[in-house]
Design a protein around this ligand. Sequence first.
Ligand code: NAP
Ligand code: ZN
Length: 357
Amino acid sequence: MYLFMPTLVYSEENCVKNHFREIALTGKKAMIVTGKHSSRKNGSLNDVSTVLNQENIPYILFDDIEENPSVETVMKARNLAVSENVDFIIGIGGGSPLDAAKAIALMSANPKADEELLYQSNSLPYLPVICIPTTCGTGSEVTPYSILTLHKQKTKKSISHKIFPTLALLDTNYLKTASRNCIVNTSVDALSHLIESYLNTNSNALNRIYSTQGLQMWAEFKENLKNNTLSEKDYETMLHASMVAGIAITHTGTSLPHGLSYPVTYELGVPHGKAVGMFLGGYVENYKDKKDAGKVLELLEFSNAKELRSYLNQLLGKTELPAELLSADADSILVNKSKLKNYPFEVTKEELINMLN
Ligand code: NAP
Ligand code: ZN
């Protein structure tokens, strides 16, 4: 058993402005990596640029990260970062810009390498990364993972390198501009991380500290999330639950619902959290260790798995999947060794198909 969480995390109002020193000490020239619109709307981009200007740290802006970022976008940003002699990266946004920031940091520190490097497992240097999350789902600000879209393979895949951010700055105010769909989908992503971490081959008494705590936090806002009556306190708890869930999957990895979700997102464009959530109730209901599954439901304050399934259907809306896609998706899991090894039991194609809500 081990615990390892090297990212320095601060969470408070005005977090970016309050921690200008830590930002300024990270490097001499920054690349800000963000999406097209949201970081302008929620004030996070302005806060970061204000701090960099005030500290006389030059920076360039790459604001072209798409949802489910692609290898091609990462390479485009890397070429710019290298030509501009950038020595640290600041990711602002949801999981997409944060994941892209990590991959750009790796490729920029290995300027002569081509994109193949992303999927070669050897230990390589990377530039320091600061992460500022503006959704409450991925926990990417504390995980070492970076999931990219591989158009060549028509799916999404985690890169082979582990890139922990050096600093994560959390401010609930940035969440306030997010749409209801964005909040719902990303909260369900955090829930999936907690459940898949607890019900995982790699879970143990030590790392369950995180999943247990995160599941209890999730229970605190679950009714208000469903009823669209979220309070200030709920927003804070959601952001913290997402971060804690990130620490949980750092130790265990995710499991079958995440594996099943990637083709659904790639083929149908279903947002990540929603695509994972479609398989989550079924994952718990079919989980063969009934004691552990029961514990998860108890922590979430559901009386049984059916109640969780119907809660998720109400929250996410029911999505029908074409039978061929579902069948190919299940087949792809049966040959996906990294996801299968995180599931402690044998699993059949039929069982995988039955996980769909
Ligand atoms: P996202 O793809 O980063 O963003 C989704 C949408 O929400 C974008 O249109 C974005 O706009 C908008 N948005 C973000 N923050 C907003 C805010 N505060 N207000 C208004 N709009 C906002 O969504 P995500 O669900 O957070 O990230 C999903 C990605 O993370 C997937 O690629 C997934 O595979 C990955 N992921 C990574 C990990 C990990 O451990 N690294 C774990 C789970 C998932 P803009 O484009 O304008 O910014
Ligand atoms: Zn996820």
